[in-house]
Structures are given as structure tokens and as C-alpha cells.
Design a protein around this ligand. Structure first.
Ligand SMILES: C[S@@+](CC[C@H](N)C(=O)[O-])C[C@H]1O[C@@H](n2cnc3c(N)ncnc32)[C@H](O)[C@@H]1O
Length: 295
């Protein structure tokens, strides 16, 4: 069952936290000349029009990227990412970014993970995308098909990830960003990450999860925290103390295996600033903890 569409949520506080973390990891990968690869197992449609009916229906981006762009004194690395978002104009790129003349766009626009990574790819770097939703896949295909560095698969991201391990380019990142439409996604995500890490123990893996009132996130932390990676396992959470409306997220979490050097400090500075700048259901904190210490 694929009912989730990211267009309703693009640019919300969870996207901002996750994408800022993604930006930090990419900036680190670019420090060395050696090529890197990124595998994005749940890619979405690539980029989003925040002026669309979908985005207007929830208005979530106003409390995320909207609030952050109006905020002051953002940490330098977050500002770098937000400048990228402010400059992001797929319409200006036309066919190259899959803009269709028959579609109407309003803007502003928000890049999803495929286009955040694309911005940071160099000539020999690679991006592998998986997306299972037929319409999202079709849109994404149209948007990335002209870039030879990007390989898109209409494939289950959990099974596909394990089958692709280890990647031919051995430096890089796996981003797993499921929609958690169904509760089984928690178990599937933990199993796939464990199996993939077994085959690629030096890779960096980042798994996103929502913090809801149902407590499934605790099981996920436990499963991923059992992975004894040399570079450690980090947990970062940006969450309000109390829940919002039933079924709504009160926070957002990331589990990162083998994070880059000083990623914890940089992400904590970003998360602490987002906690006081974005809109949440109540008082909000950012926390960072090592579930497994780096050796
Ligand atoms: C949260 S969205 C991804 C957002 C995107 N990573 C970003 O940051 O812009 C999750 C996506 O996963 C897709 N999806 C759901 N189950 C999947 C599966 N088993 N394999 C691959 N894609 C899946 C959904 O259709 C949806 O587009």
C-alpha cells in the first residue's frame, strides 16, 4: 500500500533537519577527490512546488523552511544549505530538471533528497535512486533522466539496497527515508540496514524516523544500536516534549552509522537552532547521543 505523497510534507521541520544532515555528510564526502556514491532508497519525486495545492493543504513548510528562512543567525553549515534552497529554481533549468511546459508552477520550490545530492555530485560521483510509487517514480524519472550520473530504479528500497551491496564505489552514503505508511516499515528498515551494513561495514548509513506517540521509534533505536560499527552509531532527535494532534509527528529522528568526523557537533548546533526557530506543537529540544561509541 503506497498512500504517502511527500508533496504534502516537503520543507517541514523534519525535512529541514534530515536534509541539513544530508548536506553535512555530502560536504564531508566532497573533501576528498576520490569519487563517492549515494544510494537513496526512498527517493520521492525529486523536487516540490511549495505553491501547489498539496503543499497548501497542510501548510507544513511554513513552520519548517519558511520559519527558518525568516530566522536570524543560523549556523554556517545550515545557512549554506538554506542558500541552496533559496537559489533552487527548477523552472530556470527547464527540461534538464524535468519541467513540463504543460504544467503550471507557482513556487517557491523545495529540493528533495535527489536534487540535494545532485547539487553536490561531481563528474565521477554516482547517485542511485529507488522509488516504488508509480506516479512519483514517473515524475522522478522525467526529472533525472538526462543526468548520466543518476540511476533510478522502480524497486523496493529495502530489498534493492541489500541486493546492491557493496556498491562498486566504496566511499559513500545510504539514505533510507521510508514513509512508514505501515508499521512493518520499522522492522523492514532495521533489517535492511543491518544486512546492508554487514556487506558494507565502512559505508555511512542514515535512517530517518518520525517521533510519534506510538513508541515504534524506541524499537528502531534498539535494533540499529545493536550494529557494532567502528565509526559508531549516532542518534539525533529534534522533538517537542508533548505530542500534537493524534497521529501527527511531535518530532523527527535520525540514526547515523559511521557518521563523519565532527558531524555530531555540527548537527547539534543546527538542531538546537531549529528547535528555537521552527514551529512545533510545544517546547522543543535537540538531542544527540552515541548509541555505539566510535572506536
Ligand atoms: C518520505 S518520502 C521520501 C522523501 C525523499 N527522500 C526526500 O527527502 O525528498 C518516502 C518515499 O518512499 C516511497 N516508498 C514507499 N515505500 C517504498 C519502498 N518499499 N521502496 C521504495 N520507495 C518506497 C514513497 O512513495 C515516497 O515517495
Amino acid at each position: 500500500m503506497l498512500s504517502y505523497l511527500h508533496g504534502f510534507h516537503a520543507g517541514n521541520f523534519a525535512d529541514l533537519h534530515k536534509h541539513a544532515a544530508l548536506w553535512l555528510i555530502l560536504a564531508h564526502l566532497r573533501k576528498k577527490k576520490k569519487p563517492f556514491c549515494v544510494i537513496d532508497t526512498h527517493a520521492g519525486s525529486g523536487w516540490y512546488d511549495l505553491g501547489s495545492e498539496q503543499a497548501a493543504k497542510t501548510g507544513e513548510w511554513h513552520g519548517g523552511i519558511g520559519a527558518a528562512q525568516a530566522g536570524k543567525n543560523a549556523p554556517e553549515m545550515l545557512q549554506g544549505y538554506m542558500d541552496h534552497v533559496a537559489r533552487f529554481d527548477p523552472v530556470g533549468h527547464g527540461r534538464d530538471y524535468g519541467v513540463r511546459e504543460s504544467d503550471e508552477y507557482t513556487g517557491p520550490f523545495y529540493p528533495g533528497s535527489p536534487f540535494i545530492v545532485r547539487e553536490m555530485l561531481r563528474e565521477d560521483d554516482e547517485l542511485v535512486l529507488m522509488e516504488l510509487h508509480p506516479r512519483e517514480h514517473k515524475t522522478l524519472h522525467h526529472r533525472v533522466k538526462r543526468d548520466p550520473r543518476i540511476h533510478l530504479h522502480k524497486r523496493d528500497g529495502y530489498e534493492g539496497l541489500v541486493a546492491m551491496m557493496p556498491p562498486a564505489i566504496r566511499r559513500g552514503l545510504v539514505l533510507m527515508d521510508p514513509s512508514y505508511d505501515v508499521k512493518q516499515d520499522y522492522q523492514k528498515a532495521a533489517n535492511a540496514i543491518k544486512q546492508a551494513w554487514d556487506k558494507w561495514p565502512t559505508g555511512t548509513f542514515m535512517l530517518w524516523y518520525p517521533i510519534l506517540e506510538d513508541g515504534f521509534d524506541a524499537e528502531l533505536r534498539q535494533s540499529i544500536g545493536a550494529i557494532k560499527a567502528k565509526g559508531g552509531v549516532l542518534c539525533a532527535e529534534l522533538a517537542a516534549e508533548h505530542g500534537g494532534a493524534k497521529g501527527r509527528m511531535r518530532g523527527t529522528g535520525l540514526l547515523v552509522i559511521n557518521p563523519p568526523w565532527q558531524f555530531d557537533q555540527d548537527l547539534d548546533a543546527i538542531g538546537t537552532w531549529l528547535a528555537k526557530t521552527c514551529k512545533f506543537p510545544g517546547p522543543t529540544h535537540h538531542s544527540i547521543s552515541w548509541l555505539v561509541a566510535a572506536a
